[in-house]
Design a protein around this ligand. Sequence first.
Ligand code: BES
Ligand code: MN
Ligand code: ZN
Length: 501
Amino acid sequence: MNFRCSSAPLAELGCDGVALGLFSSSWQQQLAALLPALASQLELLLEQREFKAKGGEKHSFSFPGQQPSLVIISGLGEPDGFDGLALRKAAASLALASRGSNLKALALGLPLEAFAPDQALTALMQGCRLALYKDERFRSENKPSLDPGEIVLQGLASELDQQLAQQEAICQGVMLARELVAAPPNVVNSLSLEATARSIADQFGCELTVLDEAACRERGMGAYLAVAQGASIPPRFLHLVIRPQGPVKRKLALVGKGLTFDSGGYNLKVGGSQIELMKFDMGGCGAVLGAARTLAELKLEGLEIHVISAATENMVSAEAIYPGAIVTASNGKTIEINNTDAEGRLTLADALVYACGLEPDAIVDLATLTGACVIALGDEIAGYWSPDDGLAQQLSDAAHRAGEGLWRMPLQSSYKDGLKSGLADMKNTGPRPGGSITAALFLKEFVKPEIPWAHIDIAGPVWSDKGRSTDPSGATGYGVRTLVEWCQAVAADAKEGLSQG
Ligand code: BES
Ligand code: MN
Ligand code: ZN
């Protein structure tokens, strides 16, 4: 599917499909201005259907043999609340309504007056592209796509076409993350993730370092390897570096939990724990690799980006770690594994120590870490924790611009008592109440206090059972857009010579 911008009137674009959005106040006048030739006919048809142009109302009309042959009209409600997210949703829902019509070209006409051109372009293109994403990899039959061949973004100057490549790079990152997360655990594993990282490195000229089990043992990664020892597929510790063309002004580390399957280990997941969905437990890795795919193409000036994931699977076998085992992480801290199902934090512990060793200006980790976070915030909002208010604000702003739900949670230090062990420096699992907070406090033990760090628990938004107005059901690719927005903001700050956080 192709995208193009045009400021020519809708009726002059020569598209066989037209999709437009109308505000509830005076929708008849807007219709007359947008499609003068068809307006009176459409007005009658819409009135028959008692159209009020309320948000969510949508109607399609076909005019066989005419140009356009399909007109889709949606209500947008009052102009007041029509923000960037509403624009994205409107574009997504109109694009979806055109699906199956096999249009050569769909002209998309939405009111853009209240938006900056690049904000409008982002909402329209991402809205359409990511809503129309469809995963057909695992079907035996290849059905032809009946999506529009081209979407014309009406109301945007054609000079903006040069920004479409950047938007395409962002969409490709989100779609890569979705593909990685949705792929079943017998397809995506530590070795295939290595291959994915390698292909990003090859395609965009980045540097990839891969530590195998022996190399991880040499570095003393006893927490990560304790999880990996039950797996028959060997662990892979992935480290991808995206370097800028010119001098480095900021160094960032993105760390993703990379559990390609989480059975729970000997603390086996039981009924109701969605064990069959635990392929998505590498959603953090998927998000950072997706972001890497985008950022490697964008090559932001002044930014060196380190993408890290300790990939493995959490399995049951004679070699699997005992509940109650005590292991030592690569910073020398000892951990009593009182629950093998709290494995993500064990892998992240060594990944965070490694990231700190790179002395970055900031570290952000993403992880499908706790069911508790899903209970707290549901599946549209990720929770995040950071001791650094500056970094926390940057992430909140980035997520807002990206249209991804993100809510700051407390690092309540008194809850650390829940991780006290009678024998080791700490246990890996605290009590059930506040479970996502103790998980974050556990991770904090492996981060150097002088390095700004944030942890994002994406256990809820990594997956959508029902789908949303802007996305199909299944893997969402959550996190990619926020990470890219954040990196872009840090790069812009660095360029202006502002100090970090
Ligand atoms: N991968 C899970 C977290 C998870 C659970 C994500 C449900 C999405 C949906 C994680 O490894 C896990 O099992 N966490 C346990 C921690 C507990 C043992 C302290 C949990 O949340 O139940
Ligand atoms: Mn688990
Ligand atoms: Zn897990």
